[in-house]
Design a protein around this ligand. Sequence first.
Ligand code: ZN
Length: 190
Amino acid sequence: MAAYLGDWLERRDAPASDLDLVVLLLNSLDLLADPADRLTSLAWFREVLTDVGRGDLARDLRAADLGPLRDLRESLRAVFAAPAPAQAAALLNPMLLGAGAVPQLVAAGAGLRLEIAPGQRGLAALQARLPAALAEHVARGGTTRLGTCAAPPCQCAFVDHTRGRTRRFCCVACNDRAAARQYRQRQRRA
Ligand SMILES: [Zn+2]
């Protein structure tokens, strides 16, 4: 029951990426969880951000950020529902502009690294970095790897990293639930 952690669970040696955080934010609404919506205060999100090694973002969130964070969640969800890359672009471009998601070169060891809005903290950082991570993913691979769980009532999001783009469920529990349901249906028909 940790769909919200997405694929980060399988390689928890590094902090969650910004794309992992997109999935995490979307799955703060999990229809199989009780309560389904964990984003009614900042407590859960702060705790999970810290768990996945992104305490830097959690520290700078303020109570007033809750509404805009919920808005960001729904804007990102719309991208997952976009039928094609063009529609995803039409949703993402205004988000990137509005959040000032400008890449900047910052020092990294002996060299430089390109970072999105490195001067931003907390909510502003999330508003810039999460759409940017999703935009980068869409630019490279289109929208076919942005998935929604196929085991109702679950609607959790995932990024499909399988070679054949065959992933259908957000987590093992939903996979098992769907398999059990299919088995029962076959039994009834037999
Ligand atoms: Zn699911």
